[in-house]
Design a protein around this ligand. Structure first.
Ligand SMILES: Cc1ncc(COP(=O)(O)O)c(C=O)c1O
Length: 448
């Protein structure tokens, strides 16, 4: 039976024969002096990532959305700082002195750096340096920087879809020659859009399996006779805060020989002892074929990346259209990403703090939360708006999550914990949340 190694070999050979194998040329920039300053514990800069003022017009609008003007906040209170419990800067690296300094130095030296797509003129020593540190973090041979996590998912999906066209040169692939993509029902929009592009090109067929349901996935895989099977999943689901069952996926991978692609947008830097993400936490980094990530959440900057082998990289940089046809990240951003990864490696206490917060939230609420992303399902749009307004009046910024982000009537408060929150912030938030917490918490408060 043909394997993914064989498909990839054949696809690369076809690209090579048509002189369509691309690679980046590195524009040499003097790297800035390394070794950013790191610290033994939180600093005032951390707090800056969770304390914000909301423009008064936005606050009034939010509070009066269903005609509740009478309950709105007095003008004086409009200027108070709110505590953000909805951000994605989980490790608070966006404001770290090392990150600021790296960006400032790079901007002084190079402005934004050469502007061009990575295959033309936008790829520099800095981009290469960051790709190497991300590959080291993810324990992969190589890595590809992309403009965003969204574009990284699109690049991976279109490159994978292109394999079926490359292997059926001169004609559209027949149905059984296409890639068979098995996708979790709650995967991120960027994965869904990537799959749609593949379907539109008639290069792939999608099979959506029930959220984290491994029996359903096993059934779908067993019932499918197509040769090029791919399973793609978020590692930590952004709207539910639960983990994909990676150990079970790894077992199924052995059984069915599919290509395992994981989007670790919310796990990178937070999960695993070294911040290698959810695959590191489940000790299965070596079993993931392609790992996608973003640099805009725990890394605190902007951008996306794809960690994989050299051979997968060759295919993706030659066929991943959102990588090829988009301008490379500006040098100051890349320099700050480099500093953020360095800080994350050195300031290991950040991971202990955030996981301590997860335990504290769970102990206060008795909710079996799995991660720093917490979903409190409230129900209707009206109910979630009411809850978020109550939190806003109490001084907390928790954005209500409504369709199209989640299905109707499963509107929710998506609470995210970060290193900069204090235990007192969490305690007070939980107090303010009490009416919307599951019954167990209410019983605890009433001493039942
Ligand atoms: C699972 C997942 N993948 C990808 C992305 C996109 O990342 P970026 O914001 O870098 O485009 C997100 C962002 O919300 C996400 O949650």
């Amino acid at each position: 039976m043909a394997t993914w190694d064989m498909f990839l070999d054949a696809a690369l050979a076809s690209l090579a024969a048509r002189k369509l194998l691309f690679h980046t040329q590195v524009i040499a920039l003097e790297p800035q002096p390394p070794v950013p300053e790191t610290f033994m514990g939180p600093g005032s800069w951390d707090r800056a990532t969770v304390e914000f003022r909301l423009e008064s017009a936005s606050q009034q609008e939010w509070l009066s959305e269903d005609g509740e003007e009478s309950l709105s906040v007095p003008e004086d209170d409009m200027n108070r700082k709110l505590i953000l419990f909805s951000g994605n800067d989980y490790m608070c690296l966006s404001s770290h002195p090392a990150v600021r300094e790296a960006a400032a130095k790079a901007v002084q030296q190079y402005g934004m750096g050469p502007r061009g797509s990575p295959l033309i003129s936008g790829y520099t020593t800095y981009h290469k340096m960051v790709e190497e540190s991300l590959a080291e973090l993810k324990k992969t041979e190589d890595c590809i920087l992309c403009p965003t996590g969204f574009s990284a998912n699109l690049a991976v999906m279109t490159a994978l879809g292109s394999i079926s066209s490359l292997l059926s040169v001169g004609r559209k692939p027949a149905e059984d020659e296409r890639v068979a993509i098995f996708s979790d029902a709650l995967n991120h929009a960027s994965i869904i859009d990537g799959i749609r592009l593949v379907e539109r090109q008639k290069e792939g067929i999608v099979f959506v399996y029930k959220h984290c349901d491994m029996s359903h996935l096993d059934f779908l895989l067993s019932s499918c006779s197509m040769g090029k099977k791919i399973v793609i999943t978020d590692s930590l689901f952004s709207m539910d805060g639960d983990f994909a069952p990676l150990p079970e996926l790894v077992k199924l991978r052995k059984k069915h020989g599919f290509l395992l692609v994981v989007d670790d947008a919310h796990g990178t830097l937070v999960c695993g002892d070294n911040g290698g993400g959810v695959p590191e936490m489940f000790a299965c980094q070596n079993e993931i074929d392609i790992s996608i990530g973003t640099l805009s959440k725990a890394v605190g900057c902007l951008g996306g990346f794809i960690s994989c082998s050299n051979r997968w990289k060759r295919l993706i940089v030659s066929r991943g259209r959102t990588f090829i046809f988009s301008t490379a990240l500006p040098v100051p951003i890349v320099a700050s990403v480099h500093a953020a990864i360095y800080v994350s490696n050195e300031e290991r206490w950040r991971r202990s703090v955030i996981w301590g917060h997860v335990q504290y939230f769970a102990s206060l609420t008795k909710i079996d939360i799995k991660s720093h992303v917490i979903s409190i399902v409230v129900g209707s749009e009206d109910a979630v708006l009411k809850a978020s307004r109550h939190l806003l009046r109490s001084g907390y910024l928790v954005t209500p999550i409504r369709p199209p982000f989640v299905p109707p009537n499963s509107c929710r408060l998506r609470i995210t914990l970060s290193v900069a929150h204090s235990l007192d912030d969490i305690k007070r938030l939980v107090d303010a949340l009490t009416p919307w917490l599951p019954a167990k918490h209410a019983c605890m408060l009433s001493g039942e």
